[in-house]
Design a protein around this ligand. Structure first.
Ligand code: SF4
Ligand code: SF4
Length: 185
């Protein structure tokens, strides 16, 4: 994430989103010679705060003071100006999200179109994470059965979202034994 507080208009949306919706509370409004703006509590670097990097604050900031880091230009440079062998791996959700972005009905699968488009851009290999996602579910099922049959910690929690796992680890460490050992594919 990138934070450019010169753009901040102190609307507090990021503060409310993080505190009231996500229940985390990373930011507060501060005031100094630069004016009023949102900052991490205690002004600690974001990666040393309680932030789980869910990205919701960036989603609600109306002026682009908090944004996700855009790596499109890095990709274009690699595709245009190097002899690197470029490989793309896509999560299953991407196939559907890109379709919606282009106005297609929700649920439309554009895997083939994406593959063709990426290859025309110069990508040599395109992989889908679908198969690995299926394997993860199979492994999780085995782990659950093992816990059930051998008195393991229950309930078992699982999520492919690193922010969710980080949230449990930081805020509810007592539930770490309940987390599945299978990680996101
Ligand atoms: S990324 Fe999520 S946890 Fe981090 S400051 Fe933004 S809303 Fe809060
Ligand atoms: S949402 Fe954006 S503009 Fe509003 S307080 Fe947060 S950083 Fe500033």
């Amino acid at each position: 994430m990138v934070r450019d507080m010169d753009k901040c208009i102190a609307c507090e949306r990021c503060i409310r989103m993080c505190q009231d919706v996500q229940g985390i509370g990373v930011y507060e409004l501060v005031e100094d010679e630069k004016g009023r703006y949102s900052n991490t509590k205690g002004r600690v670097p974001q990666d040393r705060s309680t932030c789980v990097f869910c990205g919701q604050c960036a989603k609600v900031c109306p002026v682009g003071a908090i944004t996700e880091r855009d790596q499109v230009h890095d990709l274009i440079q690699v595709l245009m100006g190097s002899d690197k062998h470029v490989v793309v791996q896509m999560a299953p959700a991407v196939h559907h999200l890109i379709a919606e972005e282009f106005g297609l009905p929700p649920g439309t699968d554009v895997t083939g179109k994406l593959n063709a488009a990426l290859r025309r851009l110069g990508v040599q290999k395109v992989f889908s994470t679908d198969f690995a996602a299926d394997l993860t579910i199979v492994e999780e099922a085995w782990e659950f059965l093992h816990r059930l049959q051998h008195g393991g910690t229950l309930p078992m929690f699982t999520s492919c979202c690193p922010a969710w796992v980080r949230f449990v680890e930081m805020r509810y460490p007592q539930f770490i034994p309940n987390l599945s050992s299978c990680k996101a594919p």
